[in-house]
Design a protein around this ligand. Structure first.
Ligand SMILES: [Zn+2]
Length: 364
């Protein structure tokens, strides 16, 4: 199906079971206060067993995560019958202000109706005592979903949402250096990428230029620079007698600081874990040199380095305590979110893979 949004299925919530009823409708949620929570964090939480709650879809402007297949029963309504009969959609709580989210939700609803029939929309509060979904105008959303149908006889034009250029590089895991390389390729092929030039930021100008170039090269014009666009543009540059810029060198993580021997697979984790879980909160004689005492408090030097790296990458929740080398609830939460967006096993523990990804996997 040609979708009018970035569709991501790589995260699955364990909070689901089998439906025993036919799908009868769609229930709309917002993911609630505080406003400002990011979609990646919400997806991470709903995919955590401890949450005990889920939805089929999580939606923000231009992006849809499917974390429970609609044929399965997600746990979103707080009501057993509703969970058996409804498809649950969680929306960005800023949606009433950000119409892009509403347009994306409408396109998803349109797609669901084309598969499951003319499903009515219900607010979460129909099923249980809740404020959810706030002041959302479901009648307007319904109209938007019906209006979003492709005009008869006309080709369905993928409606690229207002902020698609912001999600594109993040979802594709591009670093600034990689975006710069793409911009250089566009410029070398005699395209203007706007006033800001080769700046490593996949902004509106770059996005629109990529769309234009894709169209000229006979590709799907979605503004997302994927492997097909890369290949076609590289061939085009070669045909012009120009060099294709080299890929930027991948950043390299420092060596994982803890012992990893059979029977002694140490990792950074909560103090409540086994002896191999190095929290930095207490003395750990098995990791000489890593856990040290500073001003009467134990801390792990390696963990502090990891925390500093995540802060540098924009995980601002860790800023409050700073890179203190002590593994607490906040560090665990951020590690789980990071593992989710980096496509790693989500266990809240920093072993060699999560450690390396903090430097080497560009997710933001
Ligand atoms: Zn709800």
């Amino acid at each position: 199906m040609a979708r009018a949004y970035t569709y991501i299925t790589k995260f699955t919530s364990p909070n689901q079971n089998t439906r025993n009823r036919k799908i009868e409708g769609i229930t709309i949620h917002w993911w609630g206060n505080p406003v400002g929570q990011k979609i990646e964090g919400i997806v991470s939480w709903l995919c955590d067993k401890r949450a005990g709650t889920s939805a089929h879809y999580v939606v923000s402007d231009g992006i849809v995560y499917c974390i429970v297949a609609p044929g399965k029963r997600a746990w979103h309504a707080g009501n057993s019958t509703a969970n058996h009969t409804q498809i649950g959609i969680e929306l960005d709580p800023n949606a009433s202000k950000r119409t892009g989210t509403m347009r994306t939700a409408a396109a998803l609803i349109k797609d669901l109706r084309s598969t499951y029939g003319d499903l009515p929309l219900s607010p979460h509060k129909r099923w249980t005592s809740t404020e959810c979904p706030g002041n959302y105008d479901l009648a307007a959303l319904d109209r938007l979903a019906r209006g979003a149908a492709a005009p008869a006889g006309g080709a369905s034009k993928p409606a690229v949402s207002k902020n698609a250029w912001e999600t594109s590089p993040r979802i594709q895991g591009m670093s600034k250096a990689e975006v710069k390389r793409i911009q250089q390729m566009l410029v070398d092929a005699n395209n203007s990428i706007g006033k800001s030039g080769v700046d490593g930021s996949y902004g509106k100008d770059t996005f629109n230029t990529v769309k234009r170039v894709q169209k000229a090269l006979g590709l799907t014009a979605d503004g997302v620079f994927g492997p097909a666009t890369e290949k076609a543009l590289a061939a085009h540059l070669k045909a012009m007698g120009k060099k294709v810029p080299a890929r930027p060198a991948k950043p390299k993580a420092p060596a994982f600081p803890l012992p990893r021997k059979t029977g002694a697979l140490y990792y950074y984790g909560l103090a409540s874990g086994p002896k191999t879980s190095v929290s930095g909160q207490t003395r750990n004689t098995a990791v000489p040199g890593d856990v040290v005492q500073v001003k009467g408090r134990w801390m792990s030097k390696g963990l502090a380095l990891f925390q500093a790296q995540l802060i540098k990458r924009g995980w601002s929740e860790l800023k409050k305590d700073g890179p203190d080398g002590r593994f607490g609830k906040t560090t665990e939460k951020v590690v789980r979110q990071f593992q989710t967006v980096a496509g790693l096993k989500v266990d809240g523990q920093v072993g060699p893979a999560t450690w390396a990804a903090a430097w080497e996997t560009p997710v933001k």
